[in-house]
Design a protein around this ligand. Sequence first.
Ligand SMILES: Cc1ncc(COP(=O)(O)O)c(C=O)c1O
Length: 385
Amino acid sequence: MKKDSKFIPFALPDIGDEEIQAVVKSMKSGWLTTGPVTKKFEAEFAKFISVDECLAVSSATAGLHLALQAINLQKNDTVLIPVNTFVATAEVVRYFDAHPVFIDIDFDTMNISIDYLTAYLENNDTSNIKAIIPVHIAGQACDMDEILKLAKKYNLFVIEDAAHAFPCKYKNQMIGSLQSDFTVYSFYATKTITTGEGGMLVARNKKHLSLIKKLRLHGISREIWDRYTSNKAHWHYDVDVLGYKYNLSDLCSSIGREQLKKANHFFNKRNSIAQKYNQAFKHLDIILPQQKREDDQHAWHLYLIRTKNRDQILKFLKEKGIGTSLHFIPLHLMTYYQELYHHKEDDFTIAMKSFSQLISLPIYTKMSDENIDYVISSLIEACSL
Ligand SMILES: Cc1ncc(COP(=O)(O)O)c(C=O)c1O
């Protein structure tokens, strides 16, 4: 096959002059680290998702870590997570010498299976289980009513890993504004809005919120920028907990504020690509993303298909110059977790079946109509071979 000269990357950030000017302004302001711009970004993000307050953090991984610290996760506690997720969801549990318990997924949505979650809770000693971390894979909301019901029954915290889920709705309600204890977003370079690296955290409980406010900046009892800029400020602060360096800089927040202004426009573009793909691929012998509830809003961070000829199609698309990816390699296959928990491959049959068929296609706002059409015609060609 003739190699095509054009290359369509799997993902690209959408950074305009507005973001560049905002960073320049921030640099000229004399305040580079966490300060007034981050405060504004937090307030604007909170308004967008209809909550009172949000905390900017240096990454979603940091946010998940802080949430687990706030619930006082202890050595040998366990946390239930889907087996099909990025390793960050599990590694934060291991930071405490606690254990992630992998739960198989629902084949259709690729989110944590409510049936397997229920079965695990019914058939195991639940005294060490502290939390569930549902992950809204690709930007499709988990069945949060069922998860919250189980959490209530077994007295577990719910920490939503919303790294893919902005702006995402569950039953017409913004993810982040549900009754979970925490929701954590990612602004990593490939996400639906980006700050390069960064994240945002929502905590329902005010005590958790004020604790995390301290924990994200060394455990310091006052906000650092207040200490240097306020008329009333003086040198004194206290540290009464062990903290971390997980704050988000004003440089990053200045990008975030501009990205947030474009979030609806970005969503519309991603949604229109997804609808084009859905329409173009509906007669192919592949499994398309399946949305189960009509009143949800898929954030379309990723467009995941399943096909029996996965490897052949991946190879074909690569030769066509189309970047693809795969979300995710189930965590029980990773050497670190294999050595720790000795899972067998078929301990998670649904995740394994899904993984063997999985392809992530490019979906991002910088794709031109020509790019989209090229991906469509190439996949149709690949499926006809
Ligand atoms: C499901 C999931 N959770 C957490 C993360 C971690 O995000 P961050 O890179 O902001 O730490 C990612 C990153 O891609 C992810 O996909």
